[in-house]
Design a protein around this ligand. Structure first.
Ligand SMILES: Nc1ncnc2c1ncn2[C@@H]1O[C@H](COP(=O)(O)OP(=O)(O)OP(=O)(O)O)[C@@H](O)[C@H]1O
Ligand SMILES: C[C@@](O)(CCO)CC(=O)[O-]
Length: 464
């Protein structure tokens, strides 16, 4: 049996292998003692086959004692790509979610923000499909086995024109788009392709709340396919453990992974700057006015200050920066929340944006200080930033309740992301014990809020 996501191995040995293997073939009829495996690792780069096999055998020394038969094929990533014909056949890319520590909303007005990526990820797999069918699986947004039959040849690509024109009006007018070499407003073929996709979005009754997701796909597909064949079947599978619309950057992770996967599929060798640009454009379809913070942190990983200041990196603090994410369970959409903040700013004036900028700048400084000094400052800034977000009108009674519970227990909390629902985070003291964290979580559970301590920092975009 060829192992795939559905047939994910359950016993310990196979689960361990799963992280490094491309394929596990269980030939044992269920007894778990006979396996053929394919291992792809950068450790094999430049090494003879025998040496690679020895590395695998050494890594699995204990497990191999319990197995009757074990055969392996080893590849370095470049050998694997060659063997697979990647670029023509398949491409995979994943990106993490993020937590905005300070500066959401004010960053839309070019004020300073700081965000870190988290260990939860979204993965996009593209595989050349059969015939002309595009098959999409995006369970996170309720699209499963969504099929689009492409015309047999390019000459038959004709659209209705309505939605495509409005998409194009907002996208192609932007000078950012022009930086991507293949986009040319006067390119009739490109316009027709986008128009055709837009027609599919408008006319298919299977698409309800997930229009945005498909729009993003449509956009990227249209823009990147000039490098490939437009009328070509494709399986698109998006898997994710980031809940959409909860402030954890699901749309950025999706957009970055999609841009990376399409770039790879068409062997376009996009660098991170191009991937970020494409992902930002895709986010424009979802948000309307994204700052670029989310796509930047999700692509670059670790922790970023935004807008980027050249030669200024934000290092991870030398002490454990710990947060508990608490999900209000209230759905909202970022685009609407950005509009609400904009309306509020007209009413209360823009001085608050300067205050929010200073909070983020001070936070970046505090992260470089010692634990005792830095943590105290960060605590204070969490409270101040949350108050500003409340003034901007992007809180919600559930988020207020989450922050009051934290306050009752002597802790500081704030909205993270667009607000209006989604998550808040509670800043955890660096030395807080597991029992105390559990007590806090139990308090949230009593109010029906799910919570979890999230792992901050770590890698951004990945093609493994
Ligand atoms: N796994 C996914 N598959 C397909 N589309 C997704 C996926 N995750 C997110 N999206 C798209 O992103 C939209 C959610 O974006 P939105 O900006 O409202 O929330 P968010 O990114 O989770 O929150 P925030 O921007 O505050 O961090 C979904 O409606 C969908 O269009
Ligand atoms: C609300 C916002 O600041 C963050 C959403 O994660 C919007 C943006 O930066 O684009």
């Amino acid at each position: 049996m060829l192992a795939n996501e559905k047939a994910k191995p359950t016993n310990n040995f196979l689960s361990l292998l799963w992280r490094v293997l491309k394929e596990v073939n269980d030939d044992s009829d269920g007894c778990g003692q006979k396996f053929r495996v394919v291992v792809v690792s950068p450790l094999f780069e430049g090494k003879p086959m025998l040496q690679c096999h020895k590395l695998v055998n050494a890594a699995l020394k204990d497990e191999l004692q319990q197995i009757h038969a074990f055969s392996q094929k080893t590849f370095s990533p470049s050998q694997w790509e060659k063997a697979q014909g990647v670029g023509a056949q398949s491409a995979m890319c994943s990106a993490p979610g993020k937590v905005i520590l300070f500066g959401e909303h004010s960053v839309v007005y070019k004020k300073t923000a700081v965000a870190a990526c988290v260990s939860k990820r979204t993965k996009v797999c593209l595989t050349a499909g059969k015939g002309n069918t595009i098959l999409m699986d995006m369970p996170e947004v309720g699209l499963s086995q969504f099929e689009v039959e492409l015309p047999a040849d390019e000459g038959q690509v004709k659209g209705s024109g309505k939605l495509a024109n409005s998409l194009l009006a907002s996208l192609l007018e932007d000078p950012g788009v022009q930086n991507y070499g293949t986009v040319d407003k006067s390119d009739g073929t490109l316009m027709q392709r986008l128009d055709w996709w837009a027609g599919i979005i408008e006319n298919n009754n299977k698409i309800k709340f997930s229009e945005q997701a498909l729009s993003v796909l449509a956009y990227l597909h249209s823009f990147l396919t000039p490098r490939g064949k437009f009328c070509q079947g494709l399986d698109v599978r998006v898997t994710s453990d980031i809940r959409p619309g909860a402030g954890m950057g699901s749309s950025a992770a999706y957009a970055v992974a999609l841009a990376g996967a399409f770039g790879k599929f068409h062997t376009a060798n996009l660098d991170n700057a191009k991937i970020k640009e494409l992902a930002w454009q895709a986010e424009r379809l979802v948000h309307g006015k994204p700052s670029g913070l989310d796509t930047t942190v999700v692509c670059d990983g670790e922790i970023v200050r935004f807008p980027i200041v050249e030669n200024v990196n934000v290092p991870r603090p030398a002490w454990p920066l710990r947060i508990l994410l608490v999900d209000s369970g209230v759905a909202r959409n970022t685009k609407r929340m950005v509009e609400i903040a904009a309306e509020k700013l007209k009413e209360i004036g823009t001085d608050i944006l300067e205050e929010m900028d200073q909070i983020a700048v001070e936070a970046i400084r505090a992260l470089t200080l010692s634990q005792d000094e830095g943590y105290k400052i960060i605590e204070d800034l969490v409270e101040k930033n949350h108050k500003c977000l409340v003034q901007l009108g992007v809180s919600h009674p559930a988020l207020d309740q989450i922050c009051s519970t934290a306050a009752r227990l002597g802790l500081k909390a704030k909205i993270t992301g667009a607000g209006g629902g989604g998550n808040a985070f509670v800043l955890l003291p660096p030395n807080m014990t597991a029992e105390k964290v559990q007590e806090l979580q139990t308090a949230y559970q009593a109010d029906n809020y799910q919570s979890f301590e999230v792992t901050l920092f770590g890698p951004g975009i990945s093609f493994d």
